[in-house]
Design a protein around this ligand. Structure first.
Ligand code: SF4
Ligand code: SF4
Length: 364
């Protein structure tokens, strides 16, 4: 059977790939399946109740999803920056991780929609998965030769490292497949020793129960030890990406960039709808902006201003109970939990009173 050369097809149809986009192609059926791998992680509870591809592993991990499909095209979008942001934040400020500074899925979606337009014009059948819980987006990455899975569990490519997003398009056409390569992390373990919580201690396995990025997107109550480890992070954690040598620049410059630094007090007293507008591309559980305010309280308590204590006292009464419980922890973190008896005398909520007593008992 004669296979179509995809690059030639793109040239013939004047579809120009941006330099940040790379393609890998796998012939189908592939015989691959990641369902058991996903189920194993779920069984060991390393997914920490994350839904996404864990909701239906039999389908999400299945590579050969469509009987009509003869090829899978993997798209990668490289969002590596030429500079690295400084971890230092002014007092009262929080950090947004580099991977979340913008909605990097938008340019990836733009290029796949151009492919969809072309394939529609040519009467090709196709189906696209991008950031979709029904498809494990790493399925065809390694076998297509684009790169390898690192010990950080991220998909890595030479010169790009983990700074990339993936998309998959199934097609009924027979495209010429790309060749798999023999890449690996070798003896490197920098992501493992850089992770602040030990979430990557087991090679190639992420323990989401310990991952700061996971917790800052979780609707669950964040444990005390994780809150302290969050430091000044408002959303996301970059440690395992920044430490990864294949993704580092030779001429690295570290800049103090205010664009990914947020005023935490401002966030705590913002209108929720405004926060959803400002950070629309973040994963926010139930689209409830109180989870962003919760993150802001934790980061502010770890990186307080001189008057954060007064700020907490002033706003405690105006906040909802789900946030007050974090303010109490913040007051404990500031060493002020024994000074707020008068405030708690007026508190009616039993759970908050219990939390207050618990935190008081944790002071020496
Ligand atoms: S995102 Fe942060 S906490 Fe999570 S595995 Fe990477 S380094 Fe560890
Ligand atoms: S830091 Fe090293 S071990 Fe970790 S993913 Fe990158 S190359 Fe692999």
């Amino acid at each position: 059977m004669k296979h179509i050369n995809l690059n030639n097809l793109l040239i013939e149809n004047s579809l120009i790939l941006p330099k940040e986009v790379r393609l890998g192609i796998v012939s189908l059926p592939s015989g691959l399946s990641f369902s058991e791998k996903i189920k194993k992680i779920k069984k060991q509870n390393k997914h920490a109740n994350m839904k996404f591809t864990f909701s239906n592993p039999d389908y999400s991990g299945k590579a050969d999803k469509f009987e009509w499909a003869n090829s899978a095209i993997v798209f990668t979008f490289d969002y590596k920056q030429s500079k690295q942001n400084s971890y230092l934040a002014s007092k009262g400020s929080g950090k947004i991780a580099a991977f979340a500074e913008q909605d990097y899925y938008q340019p990836l979606k733009k290029i796949t929609s151009e492919f969809e337009n072309l394939f529609s014009k040519l009467n090709y059948k196709f189906y696209t998965f991008i950031d979709n819980p029904n498809h494990y987006d790493r399925t065809f990455f390694e076998v297509s030769g684009l790169g390898w899975q690192g010990k950080s569990t991220m998909m890595l490519s030479p010169g790009i490292g983990p700074w990339q997003l993936l998309g998959t398009m199934y097609s009924d056409q027979h495209f010429e497949p790309t060749q798999s390569q023999n890449y690996s992390c070798g003896e490197c373990n920098l992501c493992q020793i850089s992770c602040p919580t030990g979430a990557l201690d087991e090679d190639y396995v992420l323990d989401a129960n310990k991952c700061l990025s996971y917790w800052l997107q979780s609707p669950e109550t964040i444990p005390y030890d994780i809150r302290s480890a969050v430091g000044n992070r408002f959303y996301g954690c970059d440690e395992c990406l920044v430490s990864c040598p294949p993704g580092q620049n030779n001429n690295l410059t570290i800049t103090k960039n205010n664009s990914h630094e947020v005023d935490l007090e401002k966030i705590i007293i913002s209108i929720n709808e405004d926060l959803l507008d400002a950070y629309g591309w973040f994963y926010i559980p139930k689209r409830n902006a109180n989870y962003l305010k919760r993150n802001a309280i934790i980061a502010l308590s770890n990186n307080p201003k001189n008057d954060t204590y007064k700020f907490y006292l002033k706003h405690y009464k105006t906040l909802s109970d789900d946030l007050k419980i974090y303010i109490l922890w913040g007051l404990w973190k500031l060493g002020k939990i024994n000074d707020i008896g008068y405030l708690m005398d007026k508190e009616d909520n039993k759970d908050l009173k219990l939390e207050y007593e618990k935190l008081k008992s944790m002071t020496s």
